[in-house]
Design a protein around this ligand. Sequence first.
Ligand SMILES: [Zn+2]
Length: 309
Amino acid sequence: MSSAVFCADIGGSFIKFGVSRASGEVEECGKVPTPVSSWDDFVAAMHNFITQFGGDLPASAPLAISTAGLVSPQTGELLATNIPAFTGRSLAKDLSAALNRPVTAANDADCFALAEAHAGNAQNHAVVVAIILGTGVGGGVVINGHLVRGHGGVTGEWGHGAITRTDVLIDGETYAVPRLKCGCGQTGCLDMLGAARGLERLHKHFHQQDKTSLEIVNGWQAGDAACGLTVNAWLQIVSEPLALLVNILGPSRIVAGGGLASATALIAALDQAVRKGVLHTYAGPLLVPGKFLTTGGLVGASVMGRIEG
Ligand SMILES: [Zn+2]
């Protein structure tokens, strides 16, 4: 187990760097634009970061990476459609050879789950599910402190599957719900309706009105009837697949990340809706906002680097 870990959080636009000298703590070191189309430029950026900030760290200190896209535990291959430089690469293996140190990598939702399970709002819970309610829906699963790395790197991806209901019942009235074609190729995925863009699509569907997710949530809290209908429909659409996930995995804590997790009233309402649909009774909240809403990638990578690096 390493005492110090280099961490990087790779997004489609920026790479954020950090150094972790104690478990669950990361000192942020800055960010650079992601060299999306050149592997050599990407390796150079990682090399520069390690040279610049790693003077006092052991020469063998591992590098742990949180990244957009899916990391296959079988092949190490990264599927990140918005970063062509990674196409066909085994991110951890190739980077380890280039930088001459251990490198470990996982999806950003998985890193968020690790961060929350080890140092955040899901500490001391054996089965932890993290859900991302960002532009789309994602997730990760940590059991007994270990990330569940499923086949092809797909675990906790509850946003994909033709599962959204076709109507909702609100105050005795039935409203049709659209089933939309998803980027994954299926029709009716929760991903299309379940996070920020989904909330906006629902609002447009019900009211023919363009509003941002923040405006819709604020309107709901202020008592606006149209926004209230949209949010009530959203709660029904999202809570049912989430309750199913709870019944399958039995988490004692779900942490929410992504932009909508900052809307604490919305997360509290979703928690109540989910708990109505599960088999087991929970004395307190099951779903809570995460602690590491902006730093989950780096903190989770540091946890992974200590366990696997
Ligand atoms: Zn899908």
